[in-house]
Design a protein around this ligand. Structure first.
Ligand code: NAD
Ligand code: TYD
Length: 357
């Protein structure tokens, strides 16, 4: 086997953001060995990574981060020097229906990874050589009113089981830095959109329903505000922070593209009508106001001046550009969307890895 400069574990690489991060690391750093560890839950799809399968610096390992022994054994086998941790249960609505899975994966799973990293690297691990980079969300900060932005010093105030589980994991990751000297970085990012996102989240769900000419369910009055970032810009920020971020620090990442949900869905309808609509029905007429999400956070908005000023990151896509290319991607990748909605995508793993699991 080739000698690699670094051995990096990326967790959750078969998911939405993880697949973009894996592709950047595999393609841009042939000198690194990249191991993508993923349980392949409903949200994990190896079709997202068809183009990197077979590359000499890429390996996929199917494993569950809640399984302590399995994770320890994988660390012993590969001797990773760094971890980029994205694996998580990620959908707020699911967390409202079944919080326990969120506690298990997002908290216990993170602790298992931290323990294996600590056992493998030792206390006071070497900065520069070792890094545990934890990917988190702006939802840990709670909900804003009409004014203001989340900064890295905004007190944590999570409201949903999802955001509470991510907040817990952030605190635990920081505790391992302060207590054991484990080299860590945390980034908290705003809502992502782009190719490969599971169609339970707002944007791919709406595109899917637009294609089917089905109702577009807007929660409450559609007044809740999110700050949107193109997934490729988030992946670029992760690459930058992995290489240039300061150990022990937290960085906020956001698109500074605030939209309320109704505005956003109307924009999607307009883009869809320009690109595809051929049944004569104006897509906006499909909008349906439905029961609000319990405890629905009103507004998220990120101040990302720290990563911008210290490291020169800024989003490369405007919202209009990013949304257009995203809608086009879902329209051109009809098979991906159909496979995901039918559950067919699970067969890809069986075929690729020749297993009946
Ligand atoms: P996703 O749901 O698309 O993907 C999650 C991946 O983790 C899947 O491939 C899944 O199979 C895997 N996974 C889940 N449980 C696992 C387990 N027990 N063991 C191993 N693998 C497991 O999520 P995403 O939207 O790509 O989010 C990735 C990370 O980024 C998460 O940590 C999330 O909290 C964070 N984040 C997401 C957003 C967003 O807008 N999507 C914004 C900020 C931060
Ligand atoms: P979502 O994509 O689930 O992300 P998050 O809740 O993590 O921000 O939802 C984005 C916004 O869209 C949120 O305010 C809830 C709203 N929403 C709808 O109005 N209808 C839907 O069908 C979904 C899935 C979300």
């Amino acid at each position: 086997m080739a000698d690699f400069e670094r051995k990096i574990l990326i967790t959750g690489g078969a998911g939405f953001i993880g697949s973009h991060v894996v592709r950047i690391f595999v393609d841009q750093y042939p000198q690194y060995q990249i191991v993508n560890l993923d349980k392949l839950t409903y949200a994990g799809n190896l079709e997202n990574l068809k183009d990197v399968e077979g590359k000499p610096n890429y390996t996929f390992v199917k494993a569950d981060i809640t399984d302590e022994e399995q994770i320890e054994a994988i660390f012993n086998d590969y001797k990773f020097d760094s971890v980029v941790h994205l694996a998580a249960e990620s959908h707020v609505d699911r967390s409202i229906h079944s919080p326990k899975e969120f506690i298990m994966t997002n908290i216990v799973g993170t602790v298992n990874l931290l323990n294996s990293a600590r056992a493998s690297w030792g206390d006071g691990a070497t900065e520069g050589k070792n890094l545990f980079y934890h990917i988190s969300t702006d939802e840990v900060y709670g909900s804003l009113g009409a004014e203001g932005l989340f900064t890295e010093t905004t007190p944590y105030d999570p409201h949903s089981p999802y955001s509470a589980s991510k907040a817990s994991s952030d605190h635990i990751v920081r505790a391992y830095f302060h207590t054991y000297g484990l080299p860590i970085i945390i980034s908290n990012c705003s809502n992502n959109y782009g190719p490969n996102q599971f169609p339970e989240k707002l944007i791919p769900l709406m595109v899917h329903n637009l294609k089917q000419r089905k109702a577009l369910p807007v929660y409450g009055k559609g007044e809740n505000v999110r700050d949107w970032l193109y997934v490729g810009d988030h992946a670029a920020a992760i690459d930058l922070l992995f290489h240039k971020g300061t150990v022990g620090e937290t960085y906020n990442i956001g698109g500074s593209e605030e939209r309320n949900n109704l505005e956003l869905v109307k924009q999607l309808c307009r883009i869809y009508d320009e690109l595809q609509n051929d049944d004569g029905l104006k897509s906006e007429e499909l909008i349906e106001f439905v029961q609000d999400r319990p405890g629905h956070d009103f507004r998220y908005a990120i101040d990302s001046s720290k990563i911008q000023n210290e490291l020169g990151w800024k989003p490369a896509h405007t919202f209009e550009q990013g949304m257009k290319s995203t809608v086009k991607w879902y329209l051109e990748n009809e098979e991906w969307l159909n496979n995901v909605t039918s559950g067919e995508y699970k067969k890809y793993y069986e075929l690729q890895y020749n297993t009946g699991n």
